[in-house]
Write a protein that binds this ligand. Structure first.
Ligand SMILES: Cc1cc2nc3c(=O)[nH]c(=O)nc-3n(C[C@H](O)[C@H](O)[C@H](O)COP(=O)(O)OP(=O)(O)OC[C@H]3O[C@@H](n4cnc5c(N)ncnc54)[C@H](O)[C@@H]3O)c2cc1C
Length: 493
């Protein structure tokens, strides 16, 4: 009999680890508490409108391609991708916006418009960003994070200054115009930390943005989930939804009994892609890697207030991705990280995939998601959501000159309380832990339980970090460590 692996959750990290374990010969069962698999990347459908509830930016296409290649496939076997051009739009003020082009020549022209002579600065910045991408995403991201020495290589030592200097300082040492600074500091927001707290090494996110581009999987990001579900199922993974794991019983330093809302399981190995702190709460206290105090001292990435809106008109002033950077980022960041509270005039992001994809909204309609990053754990009430909804719609109308309020035909909101309820997310975080220097690599919560030999953790709270590509890599790392540890042949004998 093959060894049995039980995977908790069905987000990208769980799906990824399940696929690698099944390929290696494990008998894999996934248990997901929600009705729909996909974790934070679930989908909402209502009256002909289709929304991605979580991720909407498809960056680092090489990570997805490499994942499917590990199973003898190509991305195109599961979904069709197209590169967006322009990649996205940024509003800086009323009617004042710039489109970020896919073409490098056009990008240079954009930089020259705001900072004459900046092409050479941009070229050298992007050259360095390409180097850090190769080092970070192709090499370091795949380390299990057991030891600091995994990350001490001749190349990282040569670039040690990029871990000490912040991205903010690096960008501002070269670029002076506030629009260019916003454009170059924006990508690290995906890492959940302030540019001032993010090492310059993370400029690889600029490489991902400006060199590799923004892509769109037809049908939305949920097509990626469906592709991975299909692959998992083809590999023999059994996927059960509507089953929550409620406890992990330990004896002889191993999880021997997994208690669920629908019976018990006794696997040989357990991988949890559920939020780390929640997984630990399923264990008796003496077997947890980290205390409540540890979690309370971590810097969590933001939570988010989201609105999913159907409009009975087509929009003319936005692209597939539009960022609204018309107010102070520093003030907004302070309300997220320094004094957790509702921000006064937050930056926001709008996703309108129906600009590109006619299948996600009825003809002549538009489906629109509004995302406002907020501090995790802050008060979440219907009144607060409505206030921010009206404020944001007003700001949208003012900045773009386009009326939408009377065209809203459906509306859903999603915030801190939903993240907590749906995903067991600590303080209702959306993106896991921030990738600050001391929450990177070896310093992140570990993938192994130190006292329970057959319990492993994957996902955005452990290595390498938050975001869809890192979650997929995380699943590969953890499966690799389990495959090294468990001798499949012994089970076959
Ligand atoms: C609003 C939002 C926007 C984002 N935008 C982007 C983006 O544009 N691009 C990008 O790359 N990334 C983005 N991200 C981040 C990305 O979505 C996540 O990093 C990634 O999906 C996390 O995957 P995961 O496997 O680590 O965790 P999750 O997707 O959270 O999966 C964990 C799963 O475990 C399940 N679970 C929890 N407890 C239990 C239990 N007791 N029993 C059974 N199951 C349980 C949960 O229901 C969930 O399905 C976004 C995230 C959010 C929330």
């Amino acid at each position: 009999m093959p060894p049995e692996a039980l995977v908790i959750g069905s987000g990208f990290s769980s799906l990824s680890s399940a696929c690698y374990l099944a390929k290696a010969g494990f008998s894999v069962t996934m248990l997901e508490k929600n009705h729909q698999p996909g974790g934070r990347a679930r989908q909402l459908r209502d009256q002909g409108f289709t929304f991605d509830i979580g991720p909407t930016w498809y960056w680092m296409p090489d990570v997805f391609e490499n994942f499917f290649a590990d199973f003898g496939h190509r991305v195109s076997d599961f979904y069709q991708l197209s590169r967006l051009d322009p990649s996205y739009r940024i509003y800086f003020d009323q009617y004042k916006y710039e489109d970020i082009p896919a073409s490098k020549e056009e990008l240079y022209r954009l930089f020259e418009k705001y900072q004459p002579g900046s092409t050479s600065l941009l070229k050298s910045f992007l050259k360095q960003a390409g180097m850090t991408y190769n080092l970070a995403v192709k090499e370091m991201a795949f380390k299990p994070g057991y030891s600091l020495f995994e990350f001490v290589t001749p190349q990282t030592m040569t670039n040690a200054h990029l871990f000490v200097q912040s991205l903010r300082r690096l960008v501002r040492s070269k670029f002076k115009h506030p629009y260019l600074i916003s454009l170059l500091e924006f990508p690290v927001l995906f890492l959940g930390a302030k540019p001032g707290d993010t090492p310059a090494f993370y400029s690889f996110m600029n490489h991902a943005d400006l060199e590799m581009g923004t892509w769109y999987p037809d049908g939305g990001m949920y097509s990626v989930v469906e592709g991975m579900l299909k692959l998992a199922s083809d590999l023999g993974v059994t996927i059960h939804t509507d089953i929550a794991v409620g406890g992990l019983e330990v004896s002889d330093a191993n999880v021997r009994n997994v208690i669920t809302s629908s019976g018990n399981y006794a696997p040989d190995v357990v991988v949890s892609g559920a939020d780390y702190q929640h997984t630990e709460s399923l264990l008796p206290i003496e077997y947890r890697n980290y205390s409540e105090k540890y979690w309370s001292k971590r810097t969590f990435a933001p939570s988010a207030l989201l609105f999913f809106i159907g409009l009975n008109k087509k929009l003319t002033t936005v692209l597939h991705h539009t960022l609204f950077f018309d107010s102070s980022f520093d003030n907004h960041a302070e309300a997220i990280y320094d004094h957790p509270s509702w921000p006064e005039q937050p930056l926001f992001y709008i996703n309108v995939p129906s600009v590109t994809d006619p299948t996600v909204a009825p003809i002549g309609n538009e489906c629109m998601t509004i995302l406002i990053p907020i501090a995790p754990g802050i008060e979440d009430t219907a009144e607060i959501r409505e206030k921010y909804f009206l404020d944001t719609i007003r700001r949208f109308e003012y900045l773009t000159g386009e009326k939408i309020i009377e065209h809203i035909v459906i509306k859903h909101s999603y915030c801190v309380n939903d993240f907590t309820k749906d995903y067991n997310a600590y303080k209702g975080n959306a993106y896991g832990l921030a990738n600050t220097l001391f929450q990177t690599g070896y310093f992140r919560p570990g993938i192994r339980n130190k006292k329970v030999k057959n319990l492993f953790y994957t996902g955005q709270l452990t290595v390498p970090g938050g975001g869809v590509p890192p979650a997929i890599i995380s699943g590969k790392i953890v499966a690799g460590e389990i495959i090294k540890k468990i001798n499949i042949d012994e089970y076959a004998a």
